[in-house]
Design a protein around this ligand. Structure first.
Ligand code: FMN
Length: 206
């Protein structure tokens, strides 16, 4: 379904707000990159498995949204097929807010950020909680910590957000790689300057 995201997000009250705001036809909101479908292509799957964290929203039985950040080693969120993603939920602070919310409402919404490349992917889905013992091996292998359950998400829609307004940020690891390259370049330049100075001191111009 190409407009899956709009089918979910553009509720009657949203459509009414769009009418009042003069938004016109909803197709204009869909990104050019991918038209917000419900089947993950290789591009989305690769992006998902390269993340080291994501923001996750659930809804409580009293109607409150709850946003939490989930972090882990790169690839802990796995794309198992074109409509299934999953991660191992490890033992944490034992507030169990997301898990409690999901017990009464299986809807979930994720935002996956790539700050260095200024990209973000929004995902809507429904959750199946799977016992750790019944989990897909790849999901378990990507986890670090004591796995309490597997959060398996049936993807109902996704959309690539427009890249503007995403600040470019680097993790310490990514910044380290950039710095390493800059140090190397600097060392090469310094050696070149040193050699040129020596040439000049010897009276040789070139
Ligand atoms: C020992 C310990 C380990 C944790 N490990 C993680 C982790 O791997 N990933 C993460 O996002 N939060 C981790 N947390 C933080 C929170 O406990 C975690 O986000 C928790 O699952 C909150 O879920 P909730 O907000 O839905 O209740 C950890 C906390 C503790 C105390």
């Amino acid at each position: 379904m190409p407009y899956a995201f709009a089918e979910i997000a553009f509720t009657p009250s949203v459509r009414a707000a769009q009418e009042r705001g003069g938004s016109g036809h909803y197709a204009q909101f869909l990104s050019d990159l991918r038209n917000g479908g419900d089947r993950l292509s290789g591009i989305e799957r690769e992006f998902i498995e390269a993340r080291d964290g994501f923001y996750q929203a659930t809804v409580s039985e009293t109607g409150w949204p709850y946003v939490q950040f989930r972090g882990g080693q790169k690839g802990f969120l796995r794309a198992l097929d074109d409509q299934t993603i999953a991660y191992a939920d490890v033992r944490g602070n034992r507030q169990y807010i997301s898990v409690g919310n999901l017990a009464v409402n299986d809807r979930i919404s994720l935002i996956l950020m790539d700050y260095p490349q200024a990209r973000r992917l929004k995902i809507w889905g429904r959750v199946n909680i799977v016992a750790a013992g019944e989990a897909h091996r790849a999901v378990l292998d990507s986890a670090s910590g004591r796995v309490e359950r597997i959060v398996q998400i049936h993807v109902e829609a996704f959309d690539w957000n427009c890249p503007s307004h995403i600040p470019r940020r680097f993790t310490a690891e990514e910044a380290g790689q950039e710095l390493e390259a800059a140090y190397h370049e600097n060392a090469v330049l310094m050696a070149e300057i040193h050699a040129l100075r020596q040439q000049i001191a010897k009276g040789g111009g070139g």
